[in-house]
Design a protein around this ligand. Structure first.
Ligand SMILES: C[S@@+](CC[C@H](N)C(=O)[O-])C[C@H]1O[C@@H](n2cnc3c(N)ncnc32)[C@H](O)[C@@H]1O
Length: 256
């Protein structure tokens, strides 16, 4: 039985979708109004061919509605009853979206432990960072612990070498920087890939991002020319199982 507090907040959020039309879209549109980011997402759809999109941090469902337009099943998670109510009103016509309320970590565990979502090609957008309780590291562990082939896009992440992109910093040990995800990369043999587009050429809020993916997908993702690893400023070296990047078109860095 939902508590009275939950119901009051939920109702306030639900009604505000109809009452306050000005707040229907957050931060200038999907993916913070960033065209470069939307291009990365379109490329990830193409390469990963997901049959499940997962978003943590629904907020006003601005990006959720955009994800839904791909036609792929979407599950989105929101921890605030008020935003959850707003999002439910906003997503009424999106038949391929399942909107869940709760802490992203417990919702992700329950989601991926249920048989319905176990055999899926998962592309996740992690955006539930808002305060000092930072769920991101655990979200990554939960996803790759259950779906080793998943690909994850994280918003508000530092882009090494490009200070024009903004990122979140909630204090010691809670900044969205490469060191924060290093343990997960090592534990699950993952790579971190960053936008090749300079922040100066990006639109919207110019928030940074990182794509976290299994190492054996690195060459294929870098061949899109939209992503690169931080250490070489370009493509990861092809692995025995990866695509030979030299045969997949030149990378903007000029490196093979
Ligand atoms: C930056 S906003 C998300 C923006 C949205 N993805 C978009 O593109 O418009 C972050 C949202 O995450 C939610 N949030 C923060 N921590 C959370 C958690 N642990 N679990 C679920 N949602 C959380 C906040 O309530 C807030 O609505």
């Amino acid at each position: 039985m939902p508590s009275l507090t939950f119901l009051t907040s939920y109702a306030r959020g639900y009604s505000s979708y109809y009452v306050n039309r000005r707040v229907r879209s957050a931060w200038g549109g999907p993916f913070n109004g960033q065209e470069g980011r939307r291009a990365i997402f379109a490329t990830l759809l193409d390469v990963v061919k997901p049959d499940l999109l997962v978003e943590t941090g629904t907020f006003l469902a601005t990006t959720t509605r955009f994800l839904a337009r791909s036609g792929v099943d979407v599950v989105t998670v929101e921890g605030s009853a008020e935003y959850f109510g707003f999002a439910q009103a906003s997503l009424l016509r999106c038949r391929n979206v399942e909107s869940r309320f709760g802490d992203s970590r417990s919702v992700l565990r329950a989601l991926f432990d249920s048989p319905k979502y176990q055999q899926r090609r998962v592309l996740a957008y992690l955006d539930a960072h808002w305060a000092s309780d930072l769920p991101l590291a655990e979200e990554i562990e939960i996803i790759f612990g259950r779906h080793p082939d998943a690909v994850v896009l994280v918003d508000d992440f530092q882009v090494p070498g490009d200070a024009g992109y903004g990122y979140d910093d909630y204090g010691p040990g809670k900044a969205l920087i490469p060191e924060y995800i290093a343990p997960a990369l090592a534990a699950f043999d993952l790579v971190a890939l960053y936008p090749t587009l300079p922040a100066d050429d990006e639109t919207g809020a110019r928030r940074g991002c990182v794509v976290v993916a299994p190492r054996n997908r690195s060459a294929e993702l870098c061949a899109t020319q939209l992503l690169q690893s931080a250490d070489d400023g370009g493509a990861e070296q092809p692995t025995a199982t990866g695509i030979d990047i030299a045969q997949s078109g030149a990378h903007p860095s000029g490196q093979a």
